[in-house]
Design a protein around this ligand. Structure first.
Ligand SMILES: *Cc1c(COP(=O)(O)O)cnc(C)c1O
Length: 367
């Protein structure tokens, strides 16, 4: 049996006709930037997350960058960023002109460890960026308490957490603003690059919208030296087709993840924490840890199961961030995750037979 790491067949199979008819509609409207599809998506996505405003933009990286810029964060400032995340979280800080300061994760949740935030706060700290990694929301009560105590805003990188919940509230509704990515492989994905900023702050939403549109609200009047980062009509149209199905697609991911967690009983494979009354992960990535990670990956591959590593090299050891001068060994938890994490296929469209097979093979690994 073959199980690819990810496949769009499940989700696109059932909406193929709607996607093509929406494509025809947009094509015939002669409006491809800033039209009804974008306005409709912004309205329904804000409603879905449970916030007042959503502003479409070009991608997830730019969503985060625009938020930080709109907050006035820049040169000489520091932003707390988890050491275990995709590089986009830190790059957004760098692009704004500020410096990312890495805080280690909790090895069991993979998310920022609230107990380690305070020791990294300095006079220069301007915000705490949380990343709801792999689809699981961070411990927001603990992070919010630290943020309140130090009077710091929280920015959420929710690029992996569309629909994820914490105490019944959705990822993206906890901070001053959140950035989402609709990269095709995300739980809610466009058919190309796309992103959004969500917030309850009207001023911030307006400024983000202007910064993403050449610093302009009224055509050819430029209040800021803005950027070009807009969500286009075509991608918004595809997202409008997909958003109403997101909960159903996430529910299947949850069902598969729960089965793996309860049915895999292999001491060599460390499983992620199960969902409970507090945490509703949407399992963008199903991350296990294994001392012999590469052997596990090779064994699964031989058995037709594709896996990935998220992420094989932590940000502080990337050549791109040599300027931070952080040595190997300085962020040992991020490094351990990089050395031992393996991402197992979990997505809408996997058949029960594939899930049975995956569980059987995970239980059969013994090196
Ligand atoms: C995907 C991702 C991003 C960036 O999104 P793009 O749309 O690819 O720019 C940012 N942060 C995290 C955690 C991501 O997984």
């Amino acid at each position: 049996m073959q199980i690819p790491y990810n496949s769009f067949d499940g989700i696109h199979g059932e909406i193929h006709e709607e996607l093509t008819s929406r494509f025809e509609q947009v094509l015939s409207k002669n409006c491809y930037i800033m039209g009804d599809e974008v306005f409709e998506f912004e309205k329904s996505f804000a409603e879905y997350i449970g916030v007042k405003y959503a502003v479409g933009c070009g991608n997830g990286l730019e969503a985060l960058h625009l938020i930080l810029r709109a907050m006035g964060i820049g040169e000489g400032d520091e932003v707390i960023v988890p050491s275990n995340t995709y590089i986009a979280s830190a790059l957004a800080v760098t692009y704004a002109g500020a410096t990312p300061v890495f805080v280690e994760p909790d090895i069991n949740t993979y998310n920022i460890d609230p107990k380690r935030i305070e020791e990294k706060i300095t006079k220069k700290t301007k915000a705490i960026m949380v990343v709801h990694l792999y689809g699981r929301v961070c411990d927001m009560d603990a992070v919010s308490e630290i943020a309140r105590k130090h009077n710091l805003p929280i920015v959420e990188d929710a690029a992996q957490a569309h629909g994820a919940t914490y105490k019944g509230k959705k990822a993206g509704s906890f901070g001053i603003a959140a950035g989402f990515s609709f990269y095709p492989g995300k739980n809610l994905g466009a058919l190309g690059d796309a992103g959004a900023v969500v917030t309850n702050d009207k001023g911030l939403a307006e400024k983000v919208a202007m910064l993403g549109n050449y610093g302009s609200k009224v055509k050819y009047r430029h209040e800021y030296k803005g950027f070009n980062s807009r969500l286009d009509e075509m991608q918004a149209a595809f997202l409008n087709v997909k958003l109403p199905r997101l909960d159903k697609w996430n529910a299947r991911r949850k069902e598969i993840a729960a089965r793996i967690i309860f049915e895999v009983k292999n001491p060599a494979v460390a499983l992620p924490l199960a969902n409970d009354d507090t945490y509703g992960s949407v399992w963008h990535i199903f991350a296990v840890r294994c001392k012999n990670r590469d052997a596990l990956a090779a064994y699964l591959y031989e058995n037709g199961i594709e896996t990935l590593k998220h992420y094989p090299c932590p940000m502080h050891l990337q050549k791109a961030y040599a300027e931070l001068n952080i040595q190997k060994g300085a962020l040992p938890i991020a490094e351990e995750i990089s050395d031992t994490e393996l991402s197992i296929p979990v997505y809408y469209g996997m058949s029960d037979a594939q899930v049975d097979y995956l569980i059987e093979k995970l239980n059969g690994f013994n090196i």
